[in-house]
Design a protein around this ligand. Sequence first.
Ligand SMILES: NC(=O)c1ccc[n+]([C@@H]2O[C@H](COP(=O)([O-])OP(=O)(O)OC[C@H]3O[C@@H](n4cnc5c(N)ncnc54)[C@H](OP(=O)(O)O)[C@@H]3O)[C@@H](O)[C@H]2O)c1
Length: 249
Amino acid sequence: MISYIVSKQQLAFYLYLLSREENIYAETMENQTIGILGTGNYGTALGKRLLQAGYEIVFGSRNPLQRSFITRDKQLSNVKVDSVKNVLTNKEIEIFILAIPYSSMESCLRPYKNDLVGKIFVDISNRTKPSKIESNAENLAIIFPDIRFVKSFNMLSAYAVESENFGGSIRNFVAGNNRHARERIMQLSRDVGIPPVDCGNLGAARKLEAYPLTLMSGWGIPRVSCYVDNIRAGWERRKPEKIGNDIPL
Ligand SMILES: NC(=O)c1ccc[n+]([C@@H]2O[C@H](COP(=O)([O-])OP(=O)(O)OC[C@H]3O[C@@H](n4cnc5c(N)ncnc54)[C@H](OP(=O)(O)O)[C@@H]3O)[C@@H](O)[C@H]2O)c1
């Protein structure tokens, strides 16, 4: 009898969780348009995943007419590419992905900073040089204190985000000072099928931006050994082939 009651309670609990899950999805995805600045590798990769997850997306480009996806990419052919200005000043959009080079972010956002108060910007950029005292994301947050910046997706390559067949599990490390903004981006990450890891405040962006650099620096030895192997293989190919058989029959 007790086990029956427990299992009934458990069932009720699972049903509650399921209904909650549905509500979360309804809340997060309903009528949500994500603005993606930049129509390059990362912007298009993430755009596809967002589309598959049910989000509406709009791209912001410096040359919207030339960057149309109609002939470029079948999956994105119905997606609008608009000017950076139109996307950034669109009142319906609350979340933006900054899929442009870090060096151009400040000049891109500055003219519209009054329209961007309280909006959430996802900084996916990586650094060219490591730094223990600053990060791109923190710098942006200092320059634009009224914008909520979240560091995310920078440790995943565009290939990993786009490729359905990419092997192994992937994780998305998320950092941001505003808890609500961080949670929104973690939910977006869940929605696109990439489990998020909460890294806390934006200070964590220093480590998140440093990691891809340390990873690449470790590629030195494999690169040299590949190079040596290639030279060796070239020598082997150049050796004259033996005619006949040396082994006595
Ligand atoms: N690719 C990766 O695997 C990867 C991994 C981690 C992080 N990231 C980060 O993702 C961001 C985008 O990288 P990506 O690989 O997608 O680069 P990308 O293929 O070169 O695309 C960048 C896009 O940004 C726009 N853009 C370029 N120069 C600009 C400028 N001066 N001002 C404004 N917009 C400009 C362009 O779009 P329009 O011409 O349409 O304006 C361009 O297509 C970078 O911050 C990078 O650090 C990339």
